[in-house]
Design a protein around this ligand. Structure first.
Ligand code: NAP
Ligand code: ZN
Ligand code: ZN
Length: 350
């Protein structure tokens, strides 16, 4: 066992704090990674604060992991000691069901093994995430980080990047398409950058007037303050695709009516309480669709990283020490992050 310093949540209402965990010794197909950076996703907060199903405590979150390979198992073929590897939300799946066979491991029919909070098939315990100094992962669930990317600002691509890239690709964002992104947080700011890089016309919807200038800098062609009904009305029937990244319950109807004929609105946010009811008439009219999307598979995650390298895209980050995580969560709840916290894991080693 590899004794590993970590930070954990111990209960829904108490702060995160130091905790020691054990990682397995690398097996034949495993890669051991010395974690350099880990992004802070709103899903970490939802999970550790028990806003979804109650997690197993102590809970070590973190699924935007970048680090250096320090050991490899005897059968590992695509990583060697010294390489940089990335780990996102998934660390295993059945690999044989139809969804896994189609590179959609996130929809594994057995249920994927999540980076944190899943039953660990190796130990029988629970999986622990990237708020820690070391992780051991099967090489098939580790991605390569293109050399041109800055490691700290690439870390959040492993969740925020793929969660926005995958639906934008699936619903064919590109030249001639009018795309709306709702919420300028970790996911939303990547949605704006990626949709812009794909060639779409991008409208950003925000509740924060102070983010307007940033939104344009990040690639938005139009910025709409969503609390202003007049501004919302000016977009009626105009958008081909809307990606809603908001982390809190909110009324979707004012967005659905912004879709053009056959437009699609896709939800990726996971608010702890339900959204207000959908008015069927808003969907029925103009044959609109409401959809959802969940991260992306390993193959698409690698494709997204390569796309980001090609288009020189990374996240806008605020670097924090591990010890600042509770304050970071408080700021995230106030939508006060520009635009992703990333933990410098060296802070946990000293
Ligand atoms: P985040 O950085 O906190 O950003 C969320 C943004 O939503 C905020 O910056 C804010 O943008 C907007 N917002 C927050 N509260 C709001 C409210 N009450 N009304 C309207 N807008 C509000 O969070 P994130 O890390 O991007 O994650 C967003 C959500 O996606 C979370 O629920 C997370 O769990 C989920 N998620 C889903 C997947 C998936 O695969 N489906 C993957 C990762 C995360 P403005 O200030 O611009 O309004
Ligand atoms: Zn995430
Ligand atoms: Zn499967």
């Amino acid at each position: 066992m590899i004794s590993t310093p970590a930070y954990a949540g111990f209960a829904a209402t108490t702060p995160l704090g130091p905790h020691a965990i054990n990682r397995r010794e690398p097996g034949p197909t495993d890669v051991q990674i010395d974690i350099l950076f880990c992004g802070v996703c709103h899903s970490d907060l939802h999970t550790v604060k028990s806003e979804w199903t109650p997690p197993t405590y102590p809970c070590v979150p973190g699924h935007e992991i970048i680090g250096r390979v320090v050991a490899v198992g005897s059968d590992v073929t695509v990583f060697k000691v010294g390489d940089i590897g990335g780990v996102g939300c998934l660390v295993d799946s059945c690999r044989t069901c139809p969804n896994c066979m189609e590179d959609l491991e996130q929809f594994c029919e057995r249920g994927p093994t999540w980076t944190y909070g899943s039953t660990d098939p190796h130990t029988g315990g629970v999986t622990y995430g990237g708020y820690s100094t070391t992780i051991v992962v099967d090489e098939q669930f580790v991605v390569h980080i293109p050399a041109s990317l800055d490691l700290a600002s690439a870390a959040p691509l492993l969740c925020a990047g793929i969660t926005t890239y995958s639906p934008l690709r699936h619903w064919r964002a590109g030249p001639g398409k009018r795309v709306g992104i709702v919420g300028l947080g970790g996911l939303g700011h990547m949605g704006v950058k990626l949709a812009h890089a794909m060639g779409a016309h991008v409208t950003l919807f925000t509740t924060s007037s102070a983010k307007e200038a940033d939104a344009r800098r990040l690639g938005a062609d139009v910025v709409v303050l969503s609390r202003d009904p007049e501004q919302m009305k000016s977009c009626a029937n105009s958008l081909d695709f809307i990606l809603d990244t908001v982390a809190a319950s909110h009324d979707l109807n004012p967005y659905i009516v912004l879709l053009a004929r056959e437009g699609v609105m896709t939800l990726v946010g996971g608010p702890p309480t339900p959204h207000p009811p959908i008015l069927a008439g808003k969907l029925v009219n103009k044959r609109r669709s409401l959809a959802g999307s969940l991260i992306g598979g390993l193959k698409e995650t690698q494709e997204m990283l390569d796309f980001c390298a090609e288009h020189r895209i990374a996240c806008d980050i605020e670097m924090i020490r591990m010890q600042q995580i509770n304050n970071a969560y408080e700021r995230m709840l106030k939508s006060d992050v520009k635009y992703r916290f990333v933990i410098d894991m060296a802070s946990l080693k000293t």
